[in-house]
Design a protein around this ligand. Structure first.
Ligand SMILES: CC(C)(COP(=O)(O)OP(=O)(O)OC[C@H]1O[C@@H](n2cnc3c(N)ncnc32)[C@H](O)[C@@H]1OP(=O)(O)O)[C@@H](O)C(=O)NCCC(=O)NCCS
Length: 156
């Protein structure tokens, strides 16, 4: 007997009405969560690409980047706790990197908490390389950030 195909994913650009649900996920996902106003600003920031990921009618994750000249600076990559470990973050990242290329980015860059093993493994698996470290980047914990980058356009 074959297993049923997982429901397809649907990506939708950020809307004001998504923010309350995002805030619930955000609070569980990050030690230094973004505030409501930070998400609101994403709606107005012309450099921002931010989207929510849905499976059926359920928001299962969200993520985004800021387009800074030809760099896509990844700001958020989040999957709901109940559905982690099923490849959803990888699909979200594919979507973000494709959108970044469509917007003219030639490189994607991000910071990740040194102790965030799942995220470090995710980005390494996607071909991101470690570039350096920002000392005590996370203010509450004083933890270092690892800076990672991936070329999006071959021949650079
Ligand atoms: C990091 C996060 C987005 C991963 O989401 P996910 O949907 O579970 O990840 P995926 O199932 O797509 O996994 C893709 C790859 O990531 C790595 N990975 C994911 N979870 C992992 C874990 N718990 N331990 C080790 N590696 C892990 C693996 O390399 C995996 O590939 P593989 O299954 O082929 O080995 C999720 O844990 C999350 O939302 N965390 C809280 C928010 C956060 O820290 N975001 C990153 C900010 S920098």
């Amino acid at each position: 007997m074959s297993l049923p195909e997982p429901s397809p994913l649907f990506f939708s650009r950020l809307r004001l009405e998504y923010i309350p649900r995002i805030m619930l996920i955000e609070g569980q996902a990050y030690p230094e969560p973004w505030t409501y106003n930070m998400f609101r600003q994403e709606l107005e920031n012309e450099c921002s690409y931010f989207c929510a990921m849905f499976q059926n009618d359920l928001m299962v994750g969200y993520g985004g980047f800021w387009l800074l000249l030809d760099e896509a600076h990844i700001t958020r990559v989040t999957v709901i706790p109940e559905l982690r470990g099923q490849g959803l973050a990888r699909k979200l990242m594919f979507h973000l990197l494709e959108a970044a290329v469509d917007h003219g980015a030639v490189v994607a860059r991000l910071e990740v908490r040194e102790s965030n093993a799942p995220a470090l493994a995710l980005y390494e698996r996607l071909g991101f390389l470690r570039e350096g470290r920002r000392k005590a980047y996370y203010q509450r914990s004083n933890e270092d950030a690892i800076v990672m980058a991936k070329k999006l356009v071959s021949g650079m």
